[in-house]
Design a protein around this ligand. Structure first.
Ligand code: NAD
Ligand code: ZN
Ligand code: ZN
Length: 362
């Protein structure tokens, strides 16, 4: 076992506690890696807030990291010690019907269909003070070392700067992929992006890269507008500046609504608003935000009857073990600059400060 630090969530609504943990060696088919850097995604905050009642505590959250393989278990062939890797929260077993389908990325052998909080063999590699600690999405990047199934590890360019490309482990790939893969934004089209956090700003970058001519950025925090404009937004609006619903504002701005809309907040009201903001014929609305477990939405079915498409995607809509290394290569070739999304860099011991900055909209 390796003794190292990890940020443990002992219970809902408690700050993370940086503890010494023991990380057991990888079993067959597993990889133990050193996490060099990790981002904070709002989904980690959803865990701490108790939005997922099935989640088992204590747990080590974090799922947007990058690092170096330390050792591998029996039978592991795709990576070796010393390789730079990004752990992916959506695995790719390569054998199930969805892995064999080129159009899908939701592997049936993932923690979503088995258990979210233990490795595939239903045990944990983490212990702290003699207690078993749970894994999160099989990746748990808020630990200096973590153990991950081989089929949830993506090998990346050996020259990639880990403190920068860690963002490609979730936020950037999710948002950029939602625009280019799931919506398939066309040149000259119009887009609306609801929510300008790390993920929403990455959607803006994806829309811009795909050649959208107009990108309407929507957020209640106007401090986000300058960055959104820098990344490609052409219009920035706050729903709080209008008496009428924001979807009516977007429809007035564009005539009949945008070609593509994206919900990147995780609230059912803004999901409905985003749907109504795309045009009634060919409009495509992509749901990216994660609502609390058990949430429901009621809509007027006419919204879809006239031809709109409503869809969602996880981790950019493509098989992450293939898509993320390609994005890392594009980053190295300077095809986009995800560094612009980095607002603060903190030492691991200040992980709770990172969450305070996230909650404060900074
Ligand atoms: P974030 O908190 O950084 O950003 C959310 C933004 O929404 C903030 O700028 C906030 O001001 C804005 N906002 C909040 N309420 C609003 C409202 N009523 N109207 C307009 N804007 C509002 O979050 P993030 O890390 O960018 O993540 C965004 C969402 O995406 C979260 O729900 C997260 O769980 C989800 N997510 C999904 C996937 C996926 O694979 N589908 C992956 C990563 C994150
Ligand atoms: Zn995430
Ligand atoms: Zn699979």
């Amino acid at each position: 076992a390796i003794r190292c630090r990890a940020a443990v969530a002992w219970a809902v609504d408690k700050p993370l506690s940086v503890e010494e943990v023991e990380v057991a060696p990888p079993k067959a088919g597993e990889v133990r890696m050193k996490i060099v850097a990790t981002g904070i995604c709002r989904t980690d905050d959803h865990v701490l807030k108790g939005c997922f009642p099935n989640m088992d505590f204590p747990v080590i959250p974090g799922h947007e990291g990058a690092g170096i393989v330390e050792s591998v278990g029996e039978g592991v062939t795709s990576v070796k010690p010393g390789d730079k890797v990004i752990p992916v929260s959506l695995p790719h077993c390569g054998e199930c019907s969805f892995c064999l389908n080129p159009e899908s990325n939701y592997c049936l052998k993932s923690h979503f269909s088995e258990t979210q909080c233990l490795l595939p063999d239903k045990t944990s590699r983490f212990t702290c003070k003699g207690k078993q600690i749970h894994h999160f999405l099989w990746v748990s990047t808020f630990a200096e070392y973590t153990v991950i199934p081989e089929y949830a590890v993506a090998k990346i360019d050996a020259a990639a700067p880990l403190d920068k490309v860690c963002l490609l482990g979730c936020g950037f790939s999710t948002g950029y992929g939602a625009a280019v893969n799931t919506a398939k934004v066309k040149p000259g089209s119009t887009c609306a992006v609801f929510g300008l956090g790390g993920v929403g700003l990455s959607v803006v970058m994806g829309c811009k890269a795909a050649g959208a001519s107009r990108i309407i950025a929507v957020d209640i925090n106007k401090d986000k507008f300058a960055k959104a404009r820098e990344l490609g937004a052409t219009d920035c609006v706050s729903p709080q500046d209008f008496k009428k619903p924001i979807q009516e504002v977007v429809i007035e701005m564009t005539g009949h609504g945008v070609d593509y809309s994206f919900e990147v907040i995780g609230l059912t009201d803004t999901m409905t608003a985003a749907l109504a903001s795309c045009n009634m014929n060919t409009g495509i609305c992509v749901m990216v935000g994660v609502a609390a477990s058990g949430s429901t939405i009621s809509i007027d079915p006419m919204l879809l009857l006239s031809g709109r498409t409503w869809k969602g995607c996880l981790l950019g809509g493509r098989k992450a073990r293939e898509f993320i290394p390609k994005l890392v290569s594009s980053y190295m070739q300077k095809k986009f600059n995800s560094d612009l999304l980095i607002t603060h860099t903190l030492p691991f011991a200040q992980v709770n400060e990172g969450f305070e900055l996230l909650r404060a909209g900074k």
